[in-house]
Design a protein around this ligand. Structure first.
Ligand code: ATP
Length: 349
């Protein structure tokens, strides 16, 4: 059992604020993903939980006990890094066993624990190999097994898939998801990859410049992003965002005129997802612009047009054929539009 509480946790180096006022309770057995662009404070937050970095503000509690002053080794957390940090001169078996030796666990139990952990990550047949004789994905699985073997209360994973190629990332991601279900241990996972976040998380924390932007289930974050930053970070492609002006319920921007918008007069950012809009007969849609680019996706064709400085995408049938610069008309159902404050970017509706 491990509930983690972060109470107004912050990290400052001189006047630079790395993490600001992080306040969240992570439930026992929850899989929490910290998501955000490079430098937003994800790793620092995780390192503070591990005890590898001191929090300069706030309290960190594990199972109700304040751990700010506790040594990393006493916190019962296991970390998996993007660089696998394996010992090159030890074989897989010895690498996985290493934490048991360091922690003085009864040697009589080692063999069974190592074999169970290696079976979980399907490395049974590689126990005698050295890290240099393994693929990147296999090395990362050794690192995972080395964390599993300790049977910690908390797993902390820092971009564990980022050194793997695209295909291995997908299969190792599925394996981590399956493992987390099997192990049922509180896990905090850092990534800048929104697909990883959406597929793995019970809840996602989206961060920007040290500040939490939104906490929610993947569905919450996808369906109701709290601001334009979250909207532009989640989804593939990201949400279309158009800066414009509302007057008496009509939103206008270059090449765009959408009526029936329920917002006060003034600057507004209007958002919608590519899959929620569709192509309309010539001149009948609310967006009319020349095609900027077309991408064949296999099951659909993604069409992008320029609207001011923004690119707006819409999914069309896979058999749709047109050329760059051909005019298209896009129909945007008003009911699926997301409205954000034109100045602050905060969600209005
Ligand atoms: P990435 O995805 O690139 O790993 P991140 O979101 O994990 O990024 P952090 O490593 O947590 O980001 O860093 C947050 C901010 O704190 C960054 O701007 C970074 O430059 C800064 N930072 C990190 N460590 C230190 C340090 N020891 N001294 C000063 N600033 C630091």
């Amino acid at each position: 059992m491990a509930e983690i509480q972060l109470r107004n946790v912050g990290k400052r180096w001189g006047s630079f604020v790395g993490v600001h006022n992080f306040d969240l309770t992570i439930a026992d057995k929850e899989f929490l993903v910290l998501l955000g662009p490079s430098g937003c404070g994800k790793t620092t937050t995780m390192r503070m939980i591990a005890g590898l970095e001191d929090a300069t503000e706030g309290d960190i509690l594990i199972d109700g006990k304040r751990v700010n002053d506790m040594e990393p080794k006493d916190r019962d957390v296991a970390m998996v890094f993007q660089s696998y940090a394996l010992y090159p001169n030890m074989n897989v078996y010895e690498n996985i066993r290493f934490p048991l030796k360091v922690r003085g666990i009864d040697p009589a139990t080692h063999d069974e624990k190592v074999r169970r952990a290696s079976a979980m990550v399907e490395l049974d047949d590689f126990l005698h190999r050295k890290p240099a004789e393994l693929s990147g994905g296999q090395r990362q699985r050794v690192a995972l097994a080395r964390a599993i073997v300790r049977e910690p209360n908390v797993f902390l994973m820092d971009e564990p898939l980022s050194n793997l190629d695209a295909k291995l990332r997908v299969s190792t991601r599925a394996q981590i998801k399956n493992l987390s279900h099997e192990l049922a241990v509180t896990t905090i996972y850092v990534t800048h990859d929104q697909i990883e976040a959406m597929t793995l998380a019970d809840r996602v924390v989206v961060m920007k410049q040290g500040v939490v932007q939104q906490v929610g289930t993947p569905t919450d974050i996808y369906d109701t992003p709290a601001n334009t930053f979250v909207a532009s970070f989640i989804g593939s492609p990201a949400m279309n965002l158009i800066d414009g002006e509302v007057q008496n319920g009509t939103f206008t921007a270059q090449n765009v005129k959408i009526s029936g918008i329920n917002a006060p007069n003034g600057r507004l950012t209007l958002g919608f997802r590519a899959e929620d809009a569709e192509l309309a007969p010539a001149g009948k849609g609310q967006i009319n612009a020349p095609i900027y680019t077309l991408e064949l996706l296999g099951d659909a064709t993604m069409i992008s047009v320029r609207v001011g400085s923004a690119l707006v995408s819409v999914k069309a049938d896979k058999n749709f054929r047109a050329e760059i610069d051909d005019m298209v008309s896009i129909s945007v159902p008003v009911g699926i539009c997301h409205l954000f404050d034109g100045q602050t970017g905060a969600r209005i509706q």
